[in-house]
Design a protein around this ligand. Structure first.
Ligand SMILES: [Zn+2]
Length: 392
């Protein structure tokens, strides 16, 4: 049975009932967080038997009860891959990769979209709008098809065709736009649909996406004992970090986790346009052409400010890695371990050297790195940059 019992505003803490149909606060407009009756759950759930099945929906006692039949492509249950050679080179005890590339859409976004579209399938939404500058465009296209909700993807004019083609393959409509905030708004308002039934993923959906991201930590909790010392989280909007933290807090309130929680380390690229958007080639193109999407992005990330405050409060390290180091790390891990990480995953591996202590405690350090998506997706662009010095 489910224990989902209310929403709380991430900003003003106002409580909203389950019948509140929006996912933003009535008073201040900020995003809402799902809350569970954890005291009741603590009395009723046996921690040894709280999961059934193999994919992420087995955790539905601690997920929003959005439908008796979730929209699933068997997302989650991704492997933890041990990198022994790399751990030894980094002089740490253990390095495990939580490989989110092994989701159905090769990205951890699938967890978020499975939760979100299960919710949207029950709402009267005519159209979901997502941007092709972040990693969720393909996942949103996939799950919108499954939910029978139309999807419209905005893609920058200069972005490569293959992103548009992938979204179209899943039945999404792609609209190429000249990329800035003002223009996006104008194009959005001109869409010939009832604007009240349009669901823009830049403004909505965080409540459910965070719950989807939460399942990643539930899997770590279920499969790892003891838990790692540090979890390195490649951070874009901060949804994954928030999901992991929320899962830890809930398990702690259930009395299943001790006071000693793994530390989170949030990792970004120094030139965030390349990395913040998941290292996708379209973001690189946008950055290279000096588009003003950074401004665009700041406007669009209600979650980022919340996560930043949380990180400061919890004293999580915030590490930025330069692109050269990210590329070197991708190559190193591919040659050392036969695993092609995404730029995000590589940045997170590179962050270990910065965060690991220089004393003997380093040899006992156990790290989990989240590889958020497939390295194969960015392969062509990576290969291009690898070849550059030889061409000179
Ligand atoms: Zn509020």
């Amino acid at each position: 049975m489910g224990y989902f019992h209310q929403y709380i505003c991430s900003n003003c803490r106002k409580i909203h009932s389950l019948y509140h149909s929006e996912d933003t606060c009535q008073s201040c407009g900020h995003f809402l967080l799902a809350e569970y009756d954890l005291y009741k759950a603590r009395r009723e759930i046996d921690p040894r038997e709280w999961t059934r099945g193999s994919e992420m929906w087995k955790y539905q006692a601690l997920l929003p009860k959005t439908s008796p039949s979730p929209l699933s492509l068997q997302e989650g249950n991704t492997p933890l891959i041990e990198l022994e050679k790399s751990a030894s080179r980094l002089q740490i005890k253990q390095l495990l990769i939580k490989n989110e590339a092994q989701n159905p859409g090769e990205s951890g976004r699938d967890r978020e979209m499975s939760l979100l579209f299960t919710h949207l399938a029950r709402q009267k939404r005519s159209l979901v709008l997502a941007d092709g500058i972040n990693g969720l465009a393909i996942s949103a296209s996939m799950y919108s098809t499954r939910a029978q909700v139309a999807a419209l993807i905005f893609i920058p004019q200069e972005a490569p065709d293959r992103l548009a083609e992938a979204c179209e393959l899943y039945g999404a409509t792609v609209k190429r736009i000249s990329w800035n905030q003002k223009n996006r708004r104008t194009v959005k308002e001109s869409i010939p649909t009832d604007q009240t039934t349009l669901y823009d993923l830049n403004e909505h959906g965080f409540t459910y996406r965070i719950e989807g991201a939460k399942t990643l930590f539930f899997e770590l909790f279920e499969t790892m004992s003891p838990l790692p010392d540090i979890i390195f989280v490649p951070t874009t909007e901060g949804i994954t970090a928030l999901g992991v933290w929320k899962a830890m807090s809930e398990l702690q309130k259930l009395g299943w986790l001790s006071a000693h929680l793994p530390k989170l380390c949030l990792v970004q690229s120094k030139s965030s346009p390349w990395y913040v958007q998941g290292g996708t080639s379209e973001a690189v193109t946008a950055a290279a052409q000096g588009s003003n999407w950074l401004d665009f992005r700041n406007h669009l990330s209600p979650v980022s400010g919340y996560v930043l405050k949380l990180a400061l409060n919890q004293k999580w390290p915030l590490i930025s890695i330069d692109d050269e180091t990210i590329q070197e790390t991708i190559k190193k891990i591919a040659l050392e371990e036969g695993l092609l990480l995404s730029p995000g995953g590589a940045a997170a591996v590179a962050a270990i050297s910065t965060v690991a202590p220089r004393n003997e405690a380093r040899n006992a350090l156990r790290c989990v790195v989240i590889n958020p998506s497939s390295g194969i997706r960015c392969f062509q662009q990576l290969r291009r940059s690898w070849n550059e010095p030889e061409q000179e």
